[in-house]
Design a protein around this ligand. Structure first.
Ligand code: AP5
Length: 194
């Protein structure tokens, strides 16, 4: 099953992607995790993107698109994948279409996470700042990331609604378990149709 998660920072994409991966046996592919791993290993890529992540800006498409193309080409994605944090703009979405078309695959379902109260997102990220010490979970950088999401990424929900149809809105302002329940029901419907 090829699954895509869209949603603002702190809406729980990473949290739910891990649960989907564990339950449905598909790899969790997070562009942010790939970048954080490269930073932790001190690779050339890591050195290049470290200040960009710390500032809460988007890594240029020329770097991100090949990174995802390479990751999706690995054998473990044969049963599917859950993609989290990519695409972030229209150019990345178009590139994803091309990558999948080349191998005769499509996205089967897109989940769009909604948390109407922005303060709730900010509070979750502040809490994570204490727990995980992520360099981009500072008040100023959180605001920048949320603004970039609204401007560049949120329109992709409509893009996929028009192109794909199978776009499911998720009320992500509830407990982790309630959100996962809603996702599981939608995934069961996809499995039943397959
Ligand atoms: P990325 O790693 O993708 O981070 P993000 O977009 O900032 O998303 P978050 O991790 O903040 O949110 P999430 O929805 O995954 O929330 P989570 O589940 O962790 O990107 C980081 C950076 O990498 C970008 O800023 C950019 O620089 C670069 N980058 C990545 N992809 C890129 C791309 N495609 N193009 C260009 N640049 C790119 O949850 C957050 C917290 O809330 C956790 O503590 C969690 O425990 C808690 N929580 C989750 N769900 C619930 C719930 N239901 N109730 C209560 N608490 C909850």
């Amino acid at each position: 099953m090829n699954i895509l998660l869209l949603g603002p920072q702190g809406s729980g994409k990473g949290t739910q992607a891990k649960k989907i991966s564990a339950t449905y046996g598909v790899p969790h592919i997070s562009s942010g995790d790939l970048y954080r791993e490269a930073i932790a290993r001190g690779t050339e890529l890591g050195k290049q993107v470290e200040p960009i992540l710390a500032a809460g800006e988007l890594v240029p498409d020329e770097i991100t698109i090949p990174l995802i193309r390479d990751r999706l080409s690995r054998g473990d994605t044969t049963p599917g994948f859950v993609l989290d944090g990519y695409p972030r703009n229209l150019a990345q979405a178009d590139a994803l279409d091309e990558m999948l078309e080349d191998v005769g695959r499509t996205i089967e379902i897109v989940f769009v996470f909604y948390v109407p109260d922005r303060q709730q997102l900010v509070e979750r990220l502040h809490k994570r700042a204490h727990e995980e010490n992520r360099s981009d979970d500072t008040p100023e950088v959180i605001q920048r990331r949320l603004e970039t999401y609204e401007r560049e990424t949120a329109p992709l929900g409509e893009h996929y609604r028009t192109r794909l149809g199978n776009v499911v809105g998720i009320h992500a302002d509830r407990s982790v378990q309630d959100v996962f329940q809603e996702i599981s029901e939608a995934l069961s419907a996809v499995e039943a149709r397959a």
